[in-house]
Design a protein around this ligand. Sequence first.
Ligand SMILES: Cc1cc2nc3c(=O)[nH]c(=O)nc-3n(C[C@H](O)[C@H](O)[C@H](O)COP(=O)(O)OP(=O)(O)OC[C@H]3O[C@@H](n4cnc5c(N)ncnc54)[C@H](O)[C@@H]3O)c2cc1C
Length: 403
Amino acid sequence: MSSVVVIGAGQAGSSLVAKLRNSGFEGQVTLIGEESAPPYQRPPLSKKYLLGEMDLERLYLRPESFYSDNDIDLRLNETVTAIDPAAKTVTSGDQTVSYDHLVLTTGSTPRRLPASIGGTLDGVHVVRDLRDVDAMAPACVSGARVLIIGGGYIGLEAAAVASSKGMKVTLVEMADRILQRVAAPETSDYFRDLHTTHGVDIREGIGLETLIGDGHVTGARLSDGSEVEIDFAIVGVGITPATALAEMAGLDIDNGIKTNELGQTSDPSIWAAGDCASFPHNGGRGRLESVPNAIDMAELVAENIMGAGKTYTPKPWFWSDQYDIKLQIAGLNTGYDRIITRPGDADGSVSFWYYAGDRLLAVDAMNEARAFMVGKRLIEMGKSPDPALVADTGTDLKALMKA
Ligand SMILES: Cc1cc2nc3c(=O)[nH]c(=O)nc-3n(C[C@H](O)[C@H](O)[C@H](O)COP(=O)(O)OP(=O)(O)OC[C@H]3O[C@@H](n4cnc5c(N)ncnc54)[C@H](O)[C@@H]3O)c2cc1C
């Protein structure tokens, strides 16, 4: 019976080992992770957990006993430092573990600011893992002054939490508008208004020149020459896929660890899934940074290790919680040329539908779960309703499926 070793005990790693066992895999399964906590969900780290409304145990994806009950060797606090593809072994500390199949679910690494602009001062945080959030928790008190660098989803979620906790929040975004990389101006406008209403000072088209402080950060100088006094800073300027191990092992890299449609890397005994993996998509390559992708791709790889031969077809969707607004996104908006706005019934509820010509690509839905669900279904079925029908609130959403 073959053995499977998984490096990275996060969302994808945990989903993969669970799927192996649920599918009747009887070989040896080892899951190695460098963090001390058993696999947990990251989304609440910038939402309810940061807000203090969610306990640690509720973050865990599965009870710790799940792993021993299912004969999964979960090794925490262990960092894999090398892979030997010829010998089919991995090294962690002074241990060597052999594999028949190896899976890389190493996730991604947050970008940090360079030391030359104060990135290593005390009080400068990123939001990637539990250690990061636990480290900033004592500073997150009413009246504290925080600078958030980056107006993407992580930065905006952190801003919502900070403002809800009574902090004085300044957010700088170097691009012309928040969410520029991922959303249409309509969605940016919606969230700018939302945050401004909650007292967040959003400064767009303005970068950080340098953080100021002697040991601990105390201020920041911005690209327009202005200065802000702060107690701490949160850096949310994106992530890079964790490919270092794969590179050292000589695997092909292409915006992440390069896999084929089965999830297999350039070494047929080594697979990859989740944030760290890029896969064939629409004639090019794709890589997604989301929970649904981590689960779906990991489960597919588990099945393929057992010989299923299934092709990965991502069904992209994502969500973000800010204040009392739930944003749900279906599809990928790359290449859109127009936006159709569909107001919802409740105050503040609306959906934006992204089209390329007559083809529906994606939907951003704010407190509009039905629009999200219908949009997601339509995109998965490859159906594109007439934009005029979408814009007409007299059209029942479900009727769009039949149109
Ligand atoms: C604050 C935050 C909020 C988010 N919000 C959302 C959201 O609302 N919706 C959504 O869909 N997605 C969200 N995401 C993204 C989502 O959490 C990730 O896409 C998902 O966790 C990816 O799963 P993964 O298993 O690929 O990586 P991870 O969950 O990051 O797991 C990778 C693990 O591998 C470990 N590792 C790496 N290298 C080694 C090594 N050499 N040896 C041992 N262990 C190693 C890492 O320590 C880590 O524990 C959010 C992410 C963050 C950080």
